[in-house]
Design a protein around this ligand. Structure first.
Ligand code: CMC
Length: 429
C-alpha cells in the first residue's frame, strides 16, 4: 500500500508520498511541495535531506554498516583489490576474470601523463599543497585530452573513466617527485595498480624500491575503504557541479577541492598534526580532550565524530588492524600510535564524547598507516582522493544517467533587507 504523510498548512491538508529504500529507510517526497503549497523546506547542512536515490553505497550510521553495491566493505577489504572494487562501484557488478583483465589493460594503457603537463607541475611554487595541484591538473586534463567527436558517448565516458583512474595515480606520484626535486619515475606495465603507485613514489635511481606485498595489500585496503561513502561533501560537490553538465574532469576537480577541507578528507593530515602536537607537548592527552569539550574553544578532536556514524566507523576498525600489521613490519614503533591509542581510550570513556556519540572515524588511524608506509604528510589527502575516485565517478555516472535528471539548484529563505532606494555617493553619510 502506498504510504503518505499529511501536513496541515493554514488549515488545509496536503498529502505527501513516503518513499522506502531497499533497506527500509523512509523519506518524505517533497518534490511537489512548493508547487502544491507554495512552501519550501529549510535544512541547513542537508542534515535531513536525501538529495537523490542511489543504488551504489549503503551506510547505516547507527549500526556501523557500509556496503558497496550490497557487498560488505569488510569482505571487499579482505578478498578484493582496489581495481576490482572500482570496477564493482562503477559498473554495478563484480567483474569476470576476462572483464577484470580488460579493465587492467585499459588502466595500464592510460597510465602515462602527457609530457607537456610536466611544465605545469614544475611551475607550481614548491610550497603548493598537492591537493591544489591535483585539482588544477585534473581540470587541465580536458585540454590535453579533448573529446573526439567520432566516439560514441559511452566510448568517451569509458575512456575518460579509465584515464582518470590511471592518470590521477601517476600525477599524484609525479607531483611528489617534482616537489622533492627528484627524477620522475614512470609507470610500469608489469606492476599492479597499487604496487605501481608505490614504485612511482619511492623508486629512485640511487635506491631501488623493494615492493613488499603486505604494504601493497595495506594500500589496497586503504583505497577500498575510501572508495565511496554515499552523499558526503565531496561526492555531493561532484554531483552538483556535474548536474550543470560540465565534463567529468571538471566535476572530479570540484570533488578534490571539497575533499581538501580539514573537516572532510583533510582530517587525516589534521589528525597526525594534532598527534604530533600532543607528542611535542609531552604526550599528555588530557589538555587536548579538555579543549575539545570547551564550547569557547574552536578546537576539535580530529578523527572523531561523523555526520552519519553515531557508533564506531566500520572503516576505522579495519584501518586499525591494517595499521597494526604494517607497523609490526617497520623496525621503529611510532610514538604517535601510542598517543592515538591513549586518546581513543580516554575519549571513549568521557561523558562528553559518549553523550555526543563521538567515535573514532576512518581518519583517526589512516594517517598513522600512511606514515608507516612512508607517505609524506602533505600527500595524505591525495591518497584519500585516489581512493575516492571510483565513488565520485560512479555517483556522477548514476546522476547523469538518471532520466529524471535536474540541475541542482537549492532554494533559500531570504532574510536580508527589504527593498530600498539607491543613494548617490555624495548623499551617503
Ligand atoms: N571534537 C569535539 N566535539 C565535536 C567533534 C569533535 N571532533 N565533532 C563534533 N563535536 C560536537 C560539536 O561541538 C557539537 O556539539 P554541541 O551539540 O554540544 O554543540 C556536536 O558534537 C555535533 O557536531 P556537528 O559539528 O554539528 O556535527 P556534524 O555532523 O555537522 O559534523 C564532523 C561532523 C565530522 C564535521 C565533526 O564531527 C568534526 O568536525 N570532526 C572532526 C573532523 C574529522 O575528523 N573529520 C573527518 C570525518 S570522516 C572522513 C570523511 O568522511 O571525510
Amino acid at each position: 500500500m502506498k504510504q503518505t504523510v499529511k501536513i496541515i498548512i493554514d488549515g488545509k491538508t496536503f498529502e505527501l508520498p513516503i518513499i522506502t529504500g531497499s533497506e527500509g529507510e523512509r523519506a518524505i517526497d517533497i518534490s511537489r511541495l512548493r508547487q502544491e503549497t507554495g512552501l519550501v523546506t529549510l535544512d541547513p547542512g542537508f542534515v535531513n535531506t536525501a538529495s537523490c536515490q542511489s543504488r551504489i553505497t549503503f551506510v547505516d550510521g547507527e549500526k556501523g554498516i557500509l556496503r558497496y553495491r550490497g557487498i560488505p566493505v569488510e569482505q571487499l577489504a579482505e578478498h578484493s583489490t582496489f581495481v576490482e572494487t572500482a570496477y564493482l562501484l562503477i559498473n554495478g557488478e563484480l567483474p569476470t576474470q576476462e572483464q577484470l583483465n580488460r579493465f587492467s589493460v585499459m588502466l595500464n594503457d592510460s597510465s602515462l601523463v602527457h609530457e607537456d603537463m610536466r611544465a605545469f607541475f614544475e611551475n607550481f611554487p614548491r610550497w603548493a599543497h598537492p591537493m591544489g595541484i591535483l585539482s588544477s591538473m585534473v581540470n587541465a586534463l580536458r585540454a590535453f585530452y579533448p573529446e573526439i567527436p567520432e566516439r560514441t558517448e559511452e566510448e568517451e565516458i569509458n575512456i575518460t573513466v579509465t584515464r582518470l583512474l590511471s592518470k590521477v595515480r601517476t600525477m599524484a606520484a609525479m607531483s611528489y617527485k617534482i616537489f622533492r626535486g627528484h627524477k620522475v619515475i614512470y609507470p610500469r606495465h608489469d606492476l599492479t595498480y597499487a604496487a605501481n603507485f608505490l614504485n612511482m613514489m619511492f623508486n629512485s635511481p640511487v635506491k631501488p624500491y623493494v615492493i613488499d606485498e603486505d604494504v601493497v595489500k595495506a594500500l589496497n585496503v586503504f583505497w577500498i575503504l575510501h572508495a565511496d561513502h554515499e552523499q558526503n561533501c565531496s561526492t555531493a560537490a561532484v554531483r552538483l557541479v556535474g548536474s550543470a553538465r560540465v565534463n567529468l574532469y571538471a566535476a572530479i576537480s570540484a570533488g578534490i577541492c571539497a575533499l581538501w577541507g580539514p573537516l572532510h578528507g583533510g582530517a587525516n593530515q589534521a589528525v597526525v598534526e594534532m598527534l604530533s602536537q600532543i607528542h611535542a607537548n609531552g604526550g599528555d592527552v588530557a589538555p587536548f580532550i579538555a579543549r575539545a569539550k570547551d564550547k569557547n574553544d574552536p578546537f576539535r578532536l580530529m578523527g572523531f565524530g561523523h555526520r552519519v556514524y553515531k557508533t564506531y566507523d566500520p572503516r576505522g576498525q579495519i584501518m586499525k588492524k591494517v595499521c597494526d600489521k604494517v607497523l609490526g613490519k617497520v623496525t621503529r614503533q611510532d610514538p604517535l600510535l601510542d598517543i592515538a591509542m591513549r586518546l581513543e581510550e580516554v575519549a571513549l570513556k568521557d561523558p562528553y564524547f559518549i553523550d555526543h556519540h563521538l567515535y573514532p572515524n576512518i581518519d583517526f588511524y589512516s594517517g598513522i598507516l600512511l606514515r608507516a608506509m612512508g607517505i609524506p604528510l602533505n600527500m595524505f589527502t591525495v591518497m584519500f582522493a585516489i581512493g575516492r575516485l571510483p565513488g565520485w565517478i560512479s555517483q556522477w555516472k548514476e546522476s547523469i544517467d538518471n532520466p529524471n535528471w535536474k540541475i541542482h539548484r537549492p532554494r533559500q529563505i531570504y532574510i536580508g533587507l527589504k527593498q530600498r532606494d539607491y543613494v548617490p555617493i555624495k548623499e551617503r553619510g
